[in-house]
Design a protein around this ligand. Structure first.
Ligand code: BG6
Length: 463
């Protein structure tokens, strides 16, 4: 474009975190155990007990975010802090904590953007079957009501479920066990019902608030212009992306996914009234997390569906449906993820043209090794480059006509990666600890902190 359209005046420049990855205080002040806490005990995975200790540092952290200029802060509420057993007894100290977080945001001119549920299902519900048990839908509605009652006077933006699609595609993320694909589709149906009910309740209880889903969405590229590859990409895109958004927006199962489930004998059981509930839940916007696109080829039933380079598996697929392939045009991060800023624009255009709802990006960022220098600086120019390229593409998407109202990179401050520990950092703010040693947890501003501050100050003009 020779005439780029500027970012809207009230664009929500922000940043994100999630409760279990940042808060710590995992069993403090009455908090119950979540599936993430249990996983830590079973698998000895990263240390979520302390994480970045946001629970004790929230004031200082939010003040630093304000100094960076954030207009919004996306964080999640730990279900088990409010309802230690997932349902029933309420933990007042948990309610108070998020009151403090919300009030501190507002006092610092930051709009709180609340994710209701980010991977941390209460262990007490998991034991009773988790999302396979329809009672978890009622528990989620109870949890939603509690949040709307307590925070609805101040929180104007809500996100229902973070990356439901990733939880279904990578089954174990849902709870602590593994399960069949048929069961996952049933769990998915229950989660979609829970989401629809929460959206409806939000509109009833908080008429001035807005609510939307927060899946992880990526354009899916065919590996060539061979028609079979294009078909495979379309099928995988429906399975990965549109199943979730078609239901959230239209209250309907995506036809391609329905046929796929029928063929594999994994259709969910749909009870009388379910589809009416799905239709009644209407999002006000679409939020999505974007990291990278994915390339796929057609794949026969008896063909291997994953691509390997040397002895490393670089992409996975599903025999008879699609084969995941590495995109030769894209570079990789230190952690093997591909980087595709132009794909961000492709994805934004595709989502907007399918749903015509305003969009906010709730995650995008670079996981990398950072080096704390002796003088307390962190020179993360690689992160600045990554974010700059993605913001450029965002502006191009806005110029294409996409109604984008906010951008919240992952992450506001360093936190524990879902499965790669503390060495993989995403934050603008460095937290002084590593996987083995909690150290002093002191906060330092990375170069990207000052850079993003300038971006926000100039409303995206000076990148
Ligand atoms: C998203 C999640 O999938 O990606 C975050 O919503 C996560 O919780 C982020 O941290 C980055 O992934 P990872 O595996 O590097 O932590």
């Amino acid at each position: 474009y020779s005439k780029l359209v500027s970012f809207p005046k009230d664009f929500l420049w922000g940043a994100s975190t999630s409760a279990y990855q940042v808060e710590g205080a995992a069993l403090e002040d009455g908090k119950g155990c979540s599936v993430q806490d249990v996983k830590e005990v079973i698998h000895g995975t990263a240390d979520f007990k302390v994480a970045s200790d946001f629970y004790h540092h929230y004031k200082e952290d939010i003040e630093m975010m304000a100094e960076m200029g954030l207009k919004t802060f996306r964080f999640s509420i730990a279900w088990t802090r409010l309802l230690p057993n997932g349902t029933g007894e309420v933990n007042q100290k948990g309610i108070d904590f998020y009151n403090n977080v919300i009030d501190t945001c507002i006092a610092n001119g930051i709009e709180p953007f609340v994710t209701m549920y980010h991977f941390d299902l209460p262990a007490a519900l998991d034991i009773k079957g988790g999302w396979s048990n329809p009672e978890t839908i009622d528990a989620f509605v109870e949890f939603s009501k509690l949040m709307f009652e307590n925070y609805g006077d101040r929180v104007k933006y809500w996100l229902t479920i973070n990356e439901q699609n990733m939880m279904i595609l990578h089954g174990a993320a849902i709870g602590t066990g593994t399960t069949t694909q048929k069961q996952l589709m049933q769990d998915n149906h229950h989660m979609l019902l829970a989401q629809a009910k929460a959206m409806k309740l939000c509109h009833e209880m908080c008429p001035n608030a807005k609510i939307g889903p927060a899946p992880n969405i990526s354009a899916i590229y065919p590996s060539s212009c061979k028609p079979e590859d294009i078909l495979a990409a379309d099928t995988f895109s429906a399975i990965r992306n549109w199943l979730y958004l078609d239901m959230a927006v239209y209250g309907e199962y995506n036809a391609t996914v329905w046929s796929y489930m029928r063929e594999k004998d994994i259709l969910p059981e749909i009870k009388a009234g379910d589809m009416e509930i799905m239709k009644e839940g209407k999002p006000d916007f679409i939020a999505f997390n974007y990291y990278c696109t994915q390339a796929v080829s057609a794949c026969d039933k008896d063909e291997s569906s994953s691509e390997t380079t040397g002895d490393q598996q670089v992409a996975v697929g599903e025999a008879g449906v699609y084969k995941g392939v590495d995109n030769p045009y894209l570079p990789h991060t230190d952690f093997g993820w591909q980087i595709d800023p132009v794909g961000f624009r492709n994805t934004l255009r595709e989502v907007y043209s399918r749903y015509r709802l305003p969009i906010i990006i709730t995650e995008n960022g670079l996981g990398a090794y950072d080096q704390l220098e002796e003088d307390g600086s962190i020179h993360d120019d690689y992160r600045i480059n990554y974010l700059r390229q993605h913001i450029e593409q965002m502006q191009l998407a806005i110029s294409d006509g996409v109604k984008l109202f906010g951008y919240c990179p992952w992450s506001a401050i360093d936190l524990i990666s879902t499965h790669q520990g503390f060495a993989k950092r995403y934050g603008f703010i460095y937290v002084n600890r590593d996987d083995e040693d909690i150290k002093d947890l002191k906060r330092y501003k990375k170069d990207s902190f000052y850079w993003y501050q300038k971006v926000i100050k100039t409303n995206g003009e000076d990148l």
